[in-house]
Design a protein around this ligand. Structure first.
Ligand SMILES: Nc1ncnc2c1ncn2[C@@H]1O[C@H](COP(=O)(O)OP(=O)(O)OP(=O)(O)O)[C@@H](O)[C@H]1O
Ligand SMILES: [Mg+2]
Length: 279
C-alpha cells in the first residue's frame, strides 16, 4: 500500500447545466510530482471538470478532497489560496501589458501605497529563470510582441507565481508549433519534477504520451479509465476517447495478453514506486 496522498481527489462528482448533465459520477485523482493527462473528445467535460476543481463552476454533488482533507471550493480565490492554479483554454493575457504586469495582474506587490516594480520585476525574472525559460528580450516587453509559445510560458509562470501545488493546463499546446510545443511540454515536466501535481488537458496523443505519468479519460461526462501511461498504448487511449472503452485494455486487466509500452521520452523515469497509489 502506498502512503502518498493525492493532492486532488474528487469522488462521485456530478454537474449539470440546467437540464444537461455534463459530469456523471466522476472520480479523479492527481498526485504530487506527476503529470496527469486529462483526455476526452470535444464536449466530454474536461474543461467543466477543471472549472469545478478551480472553483469557477460549482459541483452539484460529490466529494472534493484536497491533500486528503474534504474542502468546499466555491470561488477561484479559494482554489488559489490552496495552491490550485489554472492556465485556461482561452488563454487570458492582457496584450497591452508587459510580462511582469501580466504575471502580477490582480496580485501586485506594493511597498506602502505604491507598486513595488523592482521587486515584481526581480521575482518575474527569477521565476522565468527558475523554469529555465529563455525570453528573448526584457520582462518589460508587452506580451503582444511575444510568440504563442512565449505567451504560454508567461501564463504558466503566472500560474506558478504563488506557492502552487496544482497547476492545470487546459490545452496549452493547441495553437503552438513543434518547437514551442516541445518547450511547453518540457516546462510541464519540470513543474512536476519540482513536486507539483500537473494536470494537462490535451487532444494530442503524442504530447500525452511524451509527458504524462497517468491518463484519465472522460467519455460523455463519465470517467472511463484512469491508468498509468506506461500501461496503455496510443490505440487503447484513442479507443477510450472515441468509444468509452477499450477491449484490449479490458482483456489485459482480465489477465489475457495486451499491449504494454515503454516510457515516453520526457516522462520521469524517476517517478518513485512509492507514488503508486493503491490499485
Ligand atoms: N456554462 C455552460 N452552460 C451550458 N452547457 C455548458 C456550459 N459549459 C459547458 N457546457 C456543455 O458541457 C459539455 C462539456 O463541455 P466542456 O467544455 O467541459 O468540454 P471539453 O471536454 O472541455 O471539450 P473541448 O475538448 O472541446 O474543450 C458540452 O456539451 C458543453 O456544451
Ligand atoms: Mg475544453
Amino acid at each position: 500500500m502506498s502512503t502518498v496522498t493525492p493532492v486532488l481527489d474528487l469522488r462521485g462528482v456530478h454537474k449539470s447545466f440546467g437540464p444537461v448533465a455534463v459530469l456523471h459520477d466522476v472520480d479523479f485523482v492527481a498526485y504530487p510530482g506527476e503529470v496527469t493527462a486529462l483526455v476526452g473528445d470535444n464536449g466530454a467535460g474536461k474543461t467543466t471538470l477543471v472549472k469545478c476543481i478551480a472553483g469557477i463552476v460549482r459541483l452539484d454533488r460529490g466529494q472534493y478532497l484536497f491533500e486528503g482533507r474534504p474542502v468546499r471550493i466555491t470561488t477561484p480565490r479559494e482554489a488559489s489560496a490552496l495552491g490550485i492554479e489554472v492556465v485556461h483554454q482561452d488563454l487570458a493575457l492582457c496584450d497591452n501589458l508587459d510580462i511582469v504586469q501580466n504575471m502580477f495582474l490582480g496580485r501586485e506587490r506594493r511597498r506602502g501605497m505604491v507598486l513595488d516594480e523592482a521587486e515584481m520585476e526581480e521575482v518575474a525574472a527569477d521565476i522565468l529563470a527558475g523554469l529555465s525559460v529563455r525570453m528573448s528580450g526584457s520582462v518589460r516587453q508587452p506580451v503582444w510582441a511575444l510568440s504563442g509559445g512565449q505567451r504560454q510560458t508567461v501564463a504558466i509562470a503566472r500560474a506558478v507565481l504563488g506557492d502552487s501545488k496544482v497547476v492545470i493546463l487546459d490545452e496549452p499546446s493547441s495553437a503552438l508549433g513543434v518547437t514551442q510545443t516541445r518547450q511547453v511540454l518540457e516546462l510541464v515536466r519540470r513543474l512536476a519534477d519540482r513536486g507539483m501535481a500537473v494536470v494537462l488537458i490535451s487532444h494530442n496523443m503524442n504530447d500525452v504520451f511524451a509527458v504524462s505519468d497517468r491518463i484519465a479519460a472522460l467519455y460523455l461526462g463519465r470517467m472511463v479509465a484512469q491508468v498509468r501511461t506506461a500501461d496503455v498504448t496510443h490505440a487503447q487511449v484513442v479507443e477510450l476517447i472515441t468509444a468509452g472503452r477499450s477491449e484490449t485494455l479490458e482483456a489485459r486487466r482480465d489477465g489475457r495478453p495486451g499491449g504494454r509500452r515503454s516510457a515516453g521520452p520526457l516522462r520521469a523515469g524517476a517517478v518513485p514506486e512509492a507514488a503508486e497509489p493503491p490499485a
